[in-house]
Design a protein around this ligand. Structure first.
Ligand SMILES: Cc1c2[nH]c(c1CCC(=O)O)Cc1[nH]c(c(CCC(=O)O)c1C)Cc1[nH]c(c(CCC(=O)O)c1C)Cc1[nH]c(c(CCC(=O)O)c1C)C2
Length: 362
């Protein structure tokens, strides 16, 4: 798949350089859920509109992606969308219920239900609206910063498809792993195939980096992770990279396995350039355990944004000292919450830029 678009020249390549472990003047920074409800302009724009209708409007996705960049000097943009567009593309109904989050009226219950899923998803037809949003946003960004595309990882998507929404235990989905391992692998493989096509389509549309969200790694133990998550994460990176190599493209990939600290060594040897970290991992130990093989991204506790600005600055400085300034992308350990103060997000970004420039001069 070749990229047929001509896009404005990139002006700030700090994020892409850091993904590849190259030197940068400052440490690049972005925030998971930077296009989100903590911004009053986001709430105003989204008011009264259905969530997935918004996802299907390229113009709306473009506007929501750009909003945080008008306020803060983030070093990357992430396309506004959701991980649950994939189960939709496979034929499942998903609704966003106010106060409850994503809901599947008819989740998968038994292995026979896999027959209800589309066996061969036409990704261009079903998810073309995401590709259009990416192309439009890439033009509108005007080369200010790179645009990140993303997907949910197979296990995380499987968990939603079986739980029917968010869950604290994921016991319904884990029941499949223990009771129906073969059907679980079948579903994970189906998801992997769609995800690979989806990521390649995002790159063809203009995505300059890709993040894979394994948000529910934490409910797996090391043994289940090895069997039901890691092989598929590896497959995705390998297949996407093999295809991109054929067309001479080099797009860095980030894997973020939330609460998957037990898998850090493996994740650093899974063909991803960057491993994203949640806040339960100490920066220095993450560097030791990944042995300089990958760049790292993360990992301030999002709740540290409730602290006064001076304290945020101190926390950021410590984090930068722990990770070092090379091969590092500053971020939170998970997404921003709706009640966070945009001013403190600004303080976080500024602290990353200021402290990292100082550290680089030392
Ligand atoms: C802003 C937003 C999104 N999704 C949802 C919201 C809030 C609802 C709204 O605006 O009305 C519902 C929305 N979508 C989802 C949830 C979580 C539900 C749950 O598990 O309880 C909610 C509330 C599912 C989802 N969706 C996503 C993940 C992976 C990241 C993570 O671990 O948080 C997950 C798990 C990815 C996602 N989702 C979104 C982005 C946009 C880009 C950005 O980061 O700025 C991204 C990357 C956008």
């Amino acid at each position: 798949m070749f990229c047929l678009h001509y896009f404005p020249k990139l002006k700030n390549d700090a994020f892409l350089r850091a993904c590849h472990g190259q030197e940068t003047n400052h440490v690049p920074v972005w925030c998971m859920r930077q296009a989100g409800r903590y911004l009053p302009e986001f709430r105003e724009f989204r008011a009264g509109k259905d969530f997935f209708e918004t996802c299907r409007s390229p113009a709306a996705c473009c506007e929501l992606t750009l909003q945080p960049l008008r306020r803060f000097p983030f070093d990357a943009a992430i396309i506004f969308s959701d991980i649950l567009v994939i189960p939709q593309a496979m034929g499942m109904d998903v609704q966003m219920v106010a106060g409850k989050g994503p809901t599947f009226p008819e989740p998968l219950k038994e292995p026979e239900d896999l027959l209800l899923l589309q066996p061969k998803v036409d990704v261009n037809k079903e998810l073309g609206y995401v590709f259009k949003a990416i192309t439009l946003t890439r033009h509108k960004l005007d080369g200010k910063v790179p645009l990140i595309g993303f997907t949910g990882a197979p296990w995380t998507l499987m968990a939603y498809m079986i739980e029917g929404g968010g869950s604290t235990t994921h016991s319904k989905a884990k029941r499949w792993l223990y009771r129906h391992p073969e059907a679980s692998h079948k579903l994970l493989k189906m998801l992997t195939d769609v995800i690979v096509e989806y990521l390649l389509g995002q790159v063809a549309a203009g995505a300059q980096a890709l993040q894979v969200f394994e948000s529910h790694a934490g409910c797996l133990g090391p043994v289940e992770f090895q069997e039901f998550s890691l092989p598929y994460l590896r497959d995705i990176a390998r297949k996407v990279k093999d295809q991109l190599k054929e067309s001479g493209q080099d797009v860095p990939m980030i894997v973020f396995a939330k609460d998957g600290h037990y898998g850090l060594e493996d994740l650093s040897q899974s063909h991803y350039e960057v491993v994203g970290l949640d806040w339960t991992i100490d920066p220095r130990s993450a560097r030791e355990r990944t042995g300089g093989k990958v760049s790292l991204q993360g990992n301030m506790d999002p709740c540290a944004l409730y602290a006064p600005k001076e304290r945020i600055s101190e926390i950021v400085k410590k984090m930068l000292e722990g990770f070092g300034t090379r091969g590092y992308i500053a971020n939170l350990g998970h997404g921003l919450y709706p009640d966070m103060d945009p001013e403190n997000v600004g303080a976080f970004v500024e602290a990353v830029h200021t402290h990292s420039r100082h550290l680089n001069l030392k």
